[in-house]
Design a protein around this ligand. Structure first.
Ligand code: 5GP
Length: 181
């Protein structure tokens, strides 16, 4: 599927599934080296990160734990409302642990900053952030992203966990909203 038509909007392919899979293998190999001998907790940010998280931990392959935060910031809008709400807390104890925060996409950096502040209160041994996608031109908050899958333009993307009004998360590739010329 090279493009997806939603109403009047056309989404064109940006990152095919093979390219995503290859990059995740590289990221997982890097994490295996960096976390050798440790048992990290992968902490996914719902909903968008669920597919990336699943593929990443399978490729990681070593002993690890997983947990999830659920945040809401965008509602059904295509641009950030600028407010983050915590909808689901962690179920694990993070004190003294090595944490890997897993994001689908970092746009303004607000969500990651919010999570980092929240987690810091619980004194983990270490916290790093991995995001499959980063829109470098949109960053407004000084969020530190340690591992990045792909840098992409500041345009709305869907698929591979990312939604359009809560739908299209189950597309295997990542698509970008076509700009009118
Ligand atoms: P930030 O807090 O960095 O501005 O935004 C992070 C969150 O906004 C992501 O986890 C994701 O839910 C949502 N988001 C940002 N850009 C996009 C996009 O292009 N497409 C979709 N579907 N969600 C996005």
């Amino acid at each position: 599927m090279e493009s997806v038509k939603i109403g009047e909007d056309v989404f064109e392919i940006l990152l095919p599934e093979e390219q995503i899979r290859a990059r995740i293998k590289e990221l997982a190999a890097r994490l295996r080296l960096d976390y050798a001998g440790k048992t990290p907790i992968f902490i996914g940010i719902l909903n968008g990160s669920f597919i990336f998280m699943s593929d990443l931990v399978k490729e990681f392959g070593d002993v690890c734990e997983i947990d999830f935060f659920k945040l809401s910031s965008y509602g059904d809008e295509l641009i950030s409302s600028g407010a983050v709400k915590l909808l689901k807390e962690l179920n694990c104890t993070v004190t003294g642990r090595d944490l890997i925060i897993v994001e689908d996409i970092v746009d303004t950096g607000l969500s990651i900053k919010f999570i980092e502040q929240l987690i810091a209160e619980h004194s983990p041994n270490s916290t790093r952030v991995i995001s499959l996608l980063l829109k470098p031109d949109s960053l407004k908050y000084d969020a530190k992203i340690d591992y990045i899958g792909f840098e992409i333009p500041s345009r709305y993307v869907i698929g591979y966990g990312l939604d359009y009004k809560q739908q299209y998360r189950n597309l295997r590739s990542i698509y970008v909203l076509r700009e009118e010329v």
